[in-house]
Ligand binder design. Structure first.
Ligand SMILES: NC(=O)C1=CN([C@@H]2O[C@H](COP(=O)(O)OP(=O)(O)OC[C@H]3O[C@@H](n4cnc5c(N)ncnc54)[C@H](O)[C@@H]3O)[C@@H](O)[C@H]2O)C=CC1
Ligand SMILES: O=C([O-])CC(=O)C(=O)O
Length: 308
């Protein structure tokens, strides 16, 4: 089994590190355009093998896609991250060209791969990958909602003063500061609705903090986050390669589901060896559906800026 990660920067290296720790593949290829960079990251990660007891081998490549040949899963993290004060959407001008050319190169060598798109603005980059690749829709998956849901659970656990692992919560719709939809109505602590413990104002604050989760970290770090994004990317890859059939919120190509057509947006999907296998209908109430539709409109406007 081979997995490739395109872009050996903060997020790509973090995906590769977690993938190696979980031994998700025999070979994990890291590819970057910067001369020697991916090779350096690969060497550094391989020197963790005896310390952390993993047997996956990490291979670095400077833009040589032949090394990615035969990958089962390819994770696209190449592109620029935002700086404090920027939105993810502002990255489209640079990242669209990168994601398009990377998608084309990847498929020349791994025509059967499942693509995981992480580069921002993620929903639009996922749509671009669907359109550029011509792959069946089930084989292109955008990662954003898994991360946003982890942040939602973190914020909920703070408000509830409990272990984050005792909290269930899902964020759907767009992966943008204003387009995310944390489903507070469905969030639970130990199978009991969080509204049993938190006031309306407290729940609103949690949702707001969740939506600007990436922005908050970008302000603190000077560039965007990578540990949780890397862990979220690796969790998605794990669900694919281990055929876990887990339900995860991912950005996928919608054809009528959740009332939307011809765009990629975050919805709960079953993830397995064939990519995303089924969309789960959470039966949104009118207020949630209106927010989902508003988010879709913003994502669609962004998609319209693409040259397809
Ligand atoms: N969807 C999500 O949940 C998240 C998305 N992101 C996005 O992921 C992307 C990467 O973020 P970081 O790793 O922090 O950035 P980074 O700057 O640390 O790494 C990006 C890497 O991509 C490489 N690259 C650029 N053009 C390339 C090309 N044509 N081929 C191969 N490699 C190329 C760069 O040399 C660089 O090493 C950004 O767009 C960021 O906004 C980041 C966090 C979460
Ligand atoms: O905030 C950003 O630009 C990076 C990202 O998507 C995240 O961390 O959620």
């Amino acid at each position: 089994m081979k997995i490739s990660v395109i872009g050996a920067g903060n997020v790509g290296a973090s995906v590769a590190e977690y993938a190696a720790m979980k031994e998700l593949a025999d070979e994990i290829v890291l590819l970057d355009i910067k001369e020697g960079f991916a090779e350096g990251k690969a060497m550094d990660l391989n020197q963790c093998a005896t310390l952390n007891g993993f047997n996956s081998r990490v291979i670095g490549s400077t833009n040589d896609y032949s090394k990615t040949a035969g990958s089962s899963v390819v994770v696209i993290t190449s592109g620029i991250p935002r700086k404090p004060g920027m939105t993810r959407e502002e990255l489209i001008g640079t990242n669209a060209g990168i994601v398009k050319s990377v998608t084309e190169n990847v498929l020349k060598h791994s025509p059967d791969a499942i693509l995981v798109v992480i580069s921002n603005p993620m929903d639009t980059m996922t749509y671009l990958a669907v359109k550029t690749s011509g792959l069946p829709k089930h084989r292109v998956i955008g990662m954003g909602g898994i991360l946003d849901s982890a942040r939602f659970k973190y914020r909920l656990s703070e408000a509830l003063n409990c272990n984050p692992n005792d909290v269930q919560g899902v964020v759907i719709a767009g992966h943008g500061d204003a387009t995310m939809l944390p489903l507070t109505r469905l969030a639970q602590k130990n199978s009991s609705p969080v509204s049993n413990y938190l006031s309306e104002d407290e729940m609103k604050k949690v949702a707001e903090e969740t939506m600007v989760g990436g922005k908050t970290l970008t302000g603190l770090l000077g560039t965007s986050a990578w540990y949780a994004p890397g862990a979220a990317g690796a969790a998605l890859v794990e669900a694919i390669v281990r055929d876990q059939k887990k339900v995860m919120p991912c950005s996928v190509y919608l054809e009528g589901e959740y009332g939307q057509n011809d765009l990629c947006q975050g919805v709960p999907v079953v993830i397995g060896r064939n990519g995303w296998e089924e969309i789960i209908d959470y039966k949104l109430n009118d207020e949630e559906q209106a927010l989902f539709d508003k988010s879709a409109e913003a994502v669609r406007n962004m998609n319209n800026a693409l040259e397809l």
